[in-house]
Design a protein around this ligand. Structure first.
Ligand code: UD1
Length: 356
């Protein structure tokens, strides 16, 4: 039997994390060619992830970099089509909801190659988020839709998508279990940062809706500054640029640090008293680790983290954030919502069957 070729298209931090377990699983049956769009290009935003998770380097890097969303997505489409035309893979695999995901999906549709989407069916129902548009469009041109949750399957059903849909669990849970093992062999970042388990909060902010709005960003920083705890805040390049541009006031309890690799951030997540974030992945990781999460958005795709009582949607209102931090502790159970840690293996088996 000839070995089938799968072209994986990645480009941004969360995709490297999701691709790691899937690549490991695919290695036994497929030839996987990894195409990095270059959406994330700083060492801390890209190379560090490949190094820490022991992934081989991508086979192609399209070097697309930043720019406006249209420009960035357009360049990815142009460059990835050239690679795909030469490679002629049997399937294109994309992850999540970034501009790299959409570019990969469009290339598959234009060239006529089956598209598989890992993390299909997620919806925030907020079309102002670029990620929401990327998700919806990608799902509608996918032949195989790997959903992480039952809610995701239902969302697709509502849009008339039922064919090729598989609830496999969440590859981020696979990644988390694997990465927790790797964290055990590392030096403690906590002592380097001068904090102890349970005695600090971890914050991240990178959504355009927050970073690109001066009032929202200042409101979040005011809230963090008013917390009676140390706040460790690894700063995304976009956020750093906006904070510098606006000269936002930063209280002394907040430590702004460089973006962290997947293992260091995991260490800080695991030991934090609370995670305050606008990241989707961090909300879910907080749940899986049993750490309470205050989400700095009005809505979430990871609705189960809220309904089980482990995540609160605070938006950017400084008083709400502060009240939740001081008064709220989760009480509910944490059922297994995101699979059994073998989502990547299930994806491998389905691809084997479907690409026969
Ligand atoms: C992207 C995804 C988002 C995901 C996030 C993870 C889209 C629409 N959004 O957002 O869903 O949660 O990645 O981090 O795709 N920059 C650097 N160095 C880098 C990367 C980015 O300086 O290594 C700068 C860019 O030049 C740009 C800004 O940061 O000005 C934003 O980067 P961009 O790739 O547009 O999107 P993210 O905000 O990272």
């Amino acid at each position: 039997m000839t070995v089938k070729t799968i072209a994986s298209i990645v480009g941004a931090r969360p995709q490297f994390i999701k691709a790691a377990p899937v690549s490991r699983a695919l290695a036994s049956n497929f030839k996987e060619v990894m195409i990095h769009t270059g959406q994330h290009y700083d060492y801390e935003m890209s190379d560090l992830f490949f190094e820490e998770m022991d992934m081989r380097e991508p086979d192609f890097n399209l070097g697309v970099g930043g720019g406006s969303h249209g420009e960035q997505t357009g360049r990815m489409l142009i460059e990835s089509e050239k690679v795909i035309a030469d490679l002629k893979p049997d399937c294109i695999l994309v992850y999540g909801d970034t501009n790299s995901t959409l570019a990969g999906a469009l290339v598959a549709a234009k060239v006529g190659i089956p598209l598989a989407h890992v993390e299909a069916g997620l919806r925030s129902y907020n079309r102002a988020m670029p990620e929401e548009v990327n998700r919806v469009l990608t799902d509608h041109v996918s032949s195989l839709l790997f959903c992480p949750t039952d809610a995701a399957v239902k969302n697709l059903e509502k849009e008339g998508i039922t064919k090729g849909v598989h609830q496999v669990g969440d590859v981020m849970y696979d990644a988390l279990l694997h990465n927790l093992e790797l964290v055990r062999n590392r030096l403690s970042l906590l002592s380097q940062l001068g904090v102890k388990k349970g005695e600090y909060a971890l914050a991240t902010v990178h959504r355009a809706g927050n970073t690109d709005n001066q009032n929202n960003m200042q409101s979040i920083l005011n809230a963090l500054g008013a917390l009676r705890t140390k706040v460790i805040f690894p700063v995304h390049p976009r956020t750093r640029r906006m904070i510098n541009e606006w000269g936002n006031a930063i209280n002394s309890n907040i430590s702004l640090i460089e973006p962290l690799g997947p293992l260091d951030i995991l260490q800080l997540q695991e030991n934090a008293s609370c995670i305050l974030t606008d990241s989707g992945g961090m909300q879910k990781e907080a749940y899986l680790l049993g750490v309470r999460c205050i989400t700095l958005r009005e809505e979430t795709e990871w609705v189960e983290t809220v309904s089980t009582g482990w995540n609160k949607l605070a938006g950017v209102n400084a008083q709400s954030i502060q009240n939740l931090f001081e008064k709220w502790q989760p009480e509910g159970e944490r059922p297994f919502l995101y699979g059994d840690g073998h989502a990547a293996e299930k994806i491998r088996q389905i691809l084997l069957k479907e690409l026969k």
